[in-house]
Design a protein around this ligand. Sequence first.
Ligand code: HEC
Ligand code: HEC
Length: 208
Amino acid sequence: MNKSMLNWAAAGLLVSGLALSTGSLADGGDAEQGRIKAYTCTGCHGIPGYVNAYPNYHVPKIGGQNYEYIVLALKAYKNGERQHPTMVAQAGSMTETDMEDIAAYFVSLEGGEPEAELYQKGDVAAGETKSVVCQACHGADGNGIDPQYPRLAGQYGDYLAHSLKAYRSGERNNVVMAGFATTLSDQDIHDLAAFYAAKEGLVDLKIK
Ligand code: HEC
Ligand code: HEC
């Protein structure tokens, strides 16, 4: 083998190494490590009905959330696209491996039930009609057509409304969702939140 062939071989190895590391995002992460690392998260995400203060809304359910979306959400807190003081602090100290392990654990949690208490500010049937435009990504049932999109099914209605308002105001910075949220009225937001909250899906965090 001459020298240039060796270089090609090295480049080939490098390329296949890169392909492996991006490919692993879909199912990478060690759920058992994630279970241990997620222990502190239960203090908020593991208490059913726990409410964030100022502004008041339920701490989101993250059990059963889609793998890639969890990693993306944690990165968004780390890089400043999303602002919540506790979550920025939590994600700020995580490595990519921590995020993947935690996501692998969360995605393994099942057993969701629709919110027993309907989100009173919105109308489920009106929300269903308005959700047609959302289906392309979030699916007809709110479970997401691809792991990069969040599951909305079974999420707390007031958290969903809070998120949509944050996209609308630009406080939560995401180009795709900003495009959809700016056209929504307050009533649209409440109806959509009521519709997705009434579906079966996400669960509060449980450390088994
Ligand atoms: C002090 C309470 C608290 C603790 C502790 C906490 N979180 Fe959160 N978390 C929140 C709140 C409140 C939000 C919603 C913030 C917002 O509006 O962006 C959130 C949002 C999230 C989201 C985004 C959910 C979504 O649907 O977009 C993820 C993922 C998350 N937390 C993971 C974690 C992990 C992992 C830990 C532990 C390492 C953790 N959280 C610890 C309160 C907490
Ligand atoms: C083209 C794809 C697409 C469409 C259509 C779409 N979304 Fe989204 N949605 C996304 C993506 C991507 C995210 C995650 C953005 C981020 O990282 O903040 C998201 C996030 C959300 C969130 C935040 C969830 C959470 O856990 O914090 C809500 C709520 C939401 N979308 C509701 C809607 C509603 C309601 C509609 C229809 C009016 C809609 N979306 C249409 C792609 C889409």
